[in-house]
Design a protein around this ligand. Structure first.
Ligand SMILES: [Zn+2]
Length: 401
């Protein structure tokens, strides 16, 4: 491999400690992280920071490419997953769970197959895809909690059906989001957990006791808490308070500034005391220029310059998340007052730990060399990605050298 693709060593300030360091890499792993004196660095060059590559447990699409494509040949679906992986890498997301949502049996089979084929045919995609997140179809059918999941396909958990999907996926299903109030949910959670799958509570209208029973059975995360909910709730108890108060649940949130009011993000951060994972929940229009789009399901939507993606028919309704996980890192830091380094941790080490990938999400010897090099614009505090490294290989760079 040429040197530009496998740099061997990168320099920058480590997010967290702020120490100027040289990170050496070999065979995809970090071999040393050593402090360097400022005089050893080239003067006059831009100050670069280094953070671990981001780990996004919930991604439906990005950059115009969609995991849940329907009515197209299999090769187009596979191509979409490959292209999406490259678009995500540009934004610093080096590991992710393509998220397959509620649909009919065959459509889910095809989406599962597409992810497997994309991984089998492209080593870089295989390295970036941690596994599939199946969000549905075992969700609440109530308007509000079900969000945009099509009502006609929502159903009770079915272990045999799940096994068929997982077979099509080559055993890649790694996370399942379900609603604990569905008949048979507790038994389903036990089976999933004993198969090593991360179970998340989401798109639910469960009672307090149903949530407790799900957690007793092994559910470990709340999927985008505060979204996929009724517009009005009893003041207490309700399924948001119950999940917030349940210390055994890690709370997944979309900190894009549109899905949750900044005050809610702050309160969730305080209540959960670091037991938070940032997810983008990005849809295929994320990373696209502002404008009006027609989605493949037929709806007219508008992406505003602020990053808000709304339906044209009713601008009050969100049409999904158009944020990258990096946007959410910046948002979380801004809304909660947390250091940027803490926000990075919630989008790298924390999700990596939760899904069982201790080799990811931290910058240390013998961990995968998944790194983001970035600048911070002093006036706006905006994060500007300069290079992205996946397992020691430069997969994106703004440098023309
Ligand atoms: Zn959802």
């Amino acid at each position: 491999m040429d040197q530009a693709k496998t740099p061997g060593q990168v320099y920058g300030k480590l997010i967290g400690s702020g120490v100027q360091a040289a990170i050496s890499m070999n065979n995809g792993l970090i071999t040393t992280v050593a402090p360097v004196e400022p005089e050893q660095l080239n003067t006059g060059t831009e100050e670069l920071w280094i953070a671990p590559g981001l780990v996004d447990l919930q991604v439906n699409g990005f950059g115009g490419y969609d995991v849940n494509l329907a009515g197209v040949p299999m090769e187009d679906r596979v191509e979409a997953i490959k292209n999406m992986t490259h678009e995500l890498l540009k934004m610093g997301t080096t590991s992710f769970c393509p998220t397959i949502i509620t649909a009919g049996y065959e459509q889910i089979m095809d989406s599962m197959t597409a992810v497997r084929l994309a991984c089998e045919s492209d080593p870089l995609v295989d390295r970036c895809v941690l596994g599939i997140h199946l969000e549905g179809p075992y969700l609440s059918g109530e308007d509000g909690p079900r969000g945009a999941h099509p009502k006609e396909h929502i159903k009770d958990p079915d272990w045999q059906e799940f096994l068929h999907w997982n077979e099509a996926a080559g055993g890649k299903i790694r996370m399942v989001t379900l609603a604990p109030e569905r008949a048979g949910a507790v038994q389903m959670i036990r089976k999933l957990v004993s198969s090593g799958i991360l179970v998340c509570i989401g798109h639910t209208a469960a009672t307090h006791d149903q949530i407790t029973a799900a957690v007793d059975a092994g559910a470990a995360m709340s999927t985008h808490l505060g979204n996929g909910a009724h517009p009005l709730l009893p003041r207490h108890p309700n399924y948001i308070w119950s999940q917030l108060a349940e210390d055994r649940l890690i709370c997944g949130i979309i900190a894009d500034g549109h899905h949750l009011h900044p005050s809610v993000v702050k309160v969730m951060a305080r209540a959960k005391q670091g037991r938070i994972v940032l997810v983008s929940d990005a849809v295929h229009l994320a990373g696209m220029p502002p404008g009006k789009y027609t989605t493949h399901v037929g709806g007219e939507v508008e992406l505003l310059p602020s990053g808000r993606l709304q339906t044209s028919a009713n601008p009050l309704l969100l049409a999904g998340s158009a944020a990258s996980l990096l946007d959410c890192v910046a948002g979380y830091s801004q809304f909660t007052g947390a250091e940027l380094s803490e926000a990075f941790t919630l989008a790298s080490a924390k999700p990596a730990e939760l899904i069982g990938e201790p080799q990811l999400g931290t910058i240390a010897t013998n961990r995968w060399a998944d790194l983001i090099l970035f600048a911070i614009t002093p006036e706006t505090r905006k994060i500007e990605v300069r290079a992205v490294i996946k397992r020691g290989e430069t997969v994106y760079s703004t440098s023309t050298r």
